[in-house]
Design a binder for this molecule. Structure first.
Ligand code: PEP
Length: 251
């Protein structure tokens, strides 16, 4: 599995024209990288226009969320089939900012199950609000993973990635240490191996997200031994994001 660097643009930028520029700049900057996959997750409303630009390009597109039903009376929602129809095959699910708006573990599970069934890839975000000395944060991450993957058959594990995003590190500048990231990667792999057997480990990437930028990416990648990054704030500056991708490509 190649490592992957994904930029989560969240509710940015403010117009399609700015989104076009950001996408084009990123695409130019990473066009020659061969050892890393690069993707960006723009707001839903920009996806189809950017999907036209992304045809045949290295930088592919990721949706920031998806609904579990295929069609029907679900105002405001977007389905996996709709995403696939514009060649968007990857979806972020369970981001802490969406969970914060009330998304439950059960809904995350339905979204994940619908996504892998549709042949798309679910990038499942997990992570604790805070750490404690008793390891409760580990139990919470384990629960999130077990719930999210409850409807995923072993044959679909290639359509899953886990992004460990400690909430205390998101948008705060408080990155987890490389040691924290590495410890959690091993823990997540243990949970996956308990659930599906060791072969799962060669199929599921474990990413880190939380204030990643061009300054901390090298240490987090080499010592954290993660399979890539989910980058928020720093992905809005093309040069910063390109540099993170270049670091992963080089290492
Ligand atoms: C994110 O939103 O997924 C994220 C990791 O944000 P940031 O890099 O800004 O912490």
């Amino acid at each position: 599995m190649k490592p992957i660097v994904i930029g989560n643009w969240k509710l940015n930028p403010t117009s399609l024209s700015l989104a076009n520029t950001l996408y084009t700049d990123v695409q130019k900057g990473v066009a020659r990288l061969r050892k890393v996959e690069v993707a960006v997750a723009p707001p839903m409303v920009f996806l189809s226009a950017l999907a036209e630009k992304a045809k045949g390009k290295k930088t592919f597109l990721v949706a920031q969320d998806v609904f579990w039903e295929k069609l029907g009376a679900h105002t405001g929602e977007v389905s996996n089939a709709m995403l696939s129809s514009i060649n968007v095959k990857h979806v972020i699910i369970g981001h802490s900012e969406v969970r914060e708006q009330g998304e439950t573990d059960d809904e995350v599970a339905k979204k994940v199950s619908a996504t892998v069934k549709a042949g798309n890839t679910a990038i499942i975000c997990v992570g604790e609000k805070e750490r404690d000395d008793h390891g409760h944060y580990l139990a919470l991450v384990e629960d999130q993973i077990r719930m999210a993957l409850q409807g995923v058959p072993k044959t679909k594990l290639g359509n899953v990635a886990i992004a460990y995003e400690p909430i205390w590190a998101i948008g705060t500048g408080n990155t987890a240490t490389a040691h924290d990231a590495h410890e959690m990667k091993l823990f997540i792999q243990k949970v996956l191996s308990d659930m599906f057997g060791r072969t799962a480990l060669s199929k599921i990437r474990v990413l880190y997200g939380g204030s990643v930028n061009k300054k901390n990416a090298e240490e987090l990648y080499t010592q954290g031994e993660v399979d890539g990054f989910l980058v928020g704030g720093a992905s809005l500056k093309a040069d910063n994001f390109i540099e993170v991708a270049k670091i992963v490509d080089r290492l």
